[in-house]
Design a protein around this ligand. Structure first.
Ligand code: TPP
Ligand code: SF4
Length: 350
């Protein structure tokens, strides 16, 4: 098989506001198994960022280790990238973000990468409200190492080989909410219409934007006993809201019936329209989100859509009152202002 993508594209492909086609946002040809949910998520990321007309060089994509963490090779080939150690992507993202606040950070991880070895790292990125989009491609197993149960695998579910899982699952959306995440959503890799606006809203959110995306592993966890396979997920989905993202510069012309709609304006003036399907969910209430996730889970259903967002989110740079000029743009003089300044700082702390 050839790993080179043919360069030819139809000359009249649609372009975005920057004059780029979707090709400018694609990556190398995928080596994942045919039908893997992760590839559909990559396609949604490409679509969202193409439609948002973001310059590819303004994006840094980061990941850990796993089939999911391989996907940044398959999207945004013209962006910066760092494939870190298993479970360590959040600390790399934190360092990069502190050094250059001007980039848009797109983190991709797996349920093994985030809910086991990387759980500590994940927790601290959430509680610090690091400004990034963090997607977990959640297949309930360790795909890359041949399908062992992960910590998000539901109790009693079983993969292609092995015993039913004896342990309760960790629900990463609920964990993120409890740790103070300022944006939490959930989706399904088979639902591009829901993923694309959710990804756009997450990228525009000033703070930690977490999206748990159920993404079937067709090779090891798509059998009848699995609760993360295509058939089970399609039969048990419930959407909280349909999300429509309207960028700042675009006129808002869509009409929403009053009783069922909610609008959230972001810092940059973009607007998220929510058509409510679950009348009991208030997306601005952390408790409401936690309660509704638990209520649906008790009925064996998976709640998807935007679950919570804090429109007044203050990110890590705001909390630490860091300089507006990215550190990487400062010269030696600015970075090291001399012993007199250091003495003054020390004196002020005595
Ligand atoms: C420090 C370390 N421990 C263990 C491994 C072996 N390992 C590689 S990927 C992986 C789990 C992958 O699962 P997940 O993050 O869910 O990604 P998926 O492949 O399912 O997309 C493990 C345990 C490793 N690479 N490094
Ligand atoms: S093993 Fe599973 S997660 Fe990995 S590429 Fe194949 S289908 Fe996807």
């Amino acid at each position: 098989m050839s790993y080179l993508k043919p360069d030819f594209r139809h000359p009249e492909l649609p372009t975005n506001d920057l004059g780029y086609t979707k090709k400018n946002y694609e990556g190398a040809i995928s080596t994942l198994c045919a039908g893997c949910g992760h590839d559909s998520i990559s396609a949604a990321i490409v679509q969202a960022i193409f439609e948002m007309s973001i310059e590819p060089h303004k994006i840094a994509k980061l990941s850990g280790i796993g089939c999911s963490s391989k996907t940044p090779t398959y999207f945004l080939g013209n962006s910066h990238g760092f494939n870190s150690v298993h479970g360590r992507m959040p600390s790399v993202a934190t360092g990069a973000n502190m050094a250059n606040r001007d980039l848009i950070y797109v983190g991709v991880s797996g349920d093994g990468d985030s809910a086991s070895i990387g759980m500590g790292q994940f927790s601290h990125a959430v509680r610090r409200n690091l400004n990034m989009m963090y997607i977990v491609m959640n297949n309930g197993c360790y795909g890359l190492t041949k399908g062992q149960d992960s910590a998000t695998s539901d109790v009693g579910s079983y993969s292609k080989k092995g015993e039913p899982n004896p342990f309760e699952a960790i629900d990463l959306a609920s964990v993120a909410l409890q740790l103070g995440a300022t944006f939490v959503g959930r989706s399904f890799s088979g639902d591009k219409a829901q993923m694309v606006p959710l990804i756009k809203a997450a990228i525009s959110h000033p703070g930690f934007a977490f999206i748990d995306i159920i993404s079937p592993c067709v090779t090891f966890n798509n059998n009848p006993g699995s609760t993360k396979g295509y058939e089970h997920v399609r039969d048990h989905l419930a959407a909280t809201v349909t999300v429509d993202f309207v960028p700042m510069r675009q006129e808002i012309s869509t009409a929403y019936p009053d009783r069922t709609s909610q609008e959230v304006t972001l810092h940059d003036g973009s607007v998220i329209h929510l058509s409510k399907m679950d009348q009991q969910l208030d997306v601005r209430s952390r408790n409401s989100a936690l309660n509704r996730i638990a209520a649906y889970k008790a009925e064996g259903k998976i709640l998807t859509g935007l679950l919570y967002m804090d429109p007044d989110s203050a990110d890590l740079h705001d909390s630490l009152d860091t300089t507006k000029k990215p550190l990487r743009e400062m010269d030696e003089q600015e970075l090291c202002p001399g012993s007199k300044v250091l003495n003054n700082i020390n004196d002020s702390l005595r």
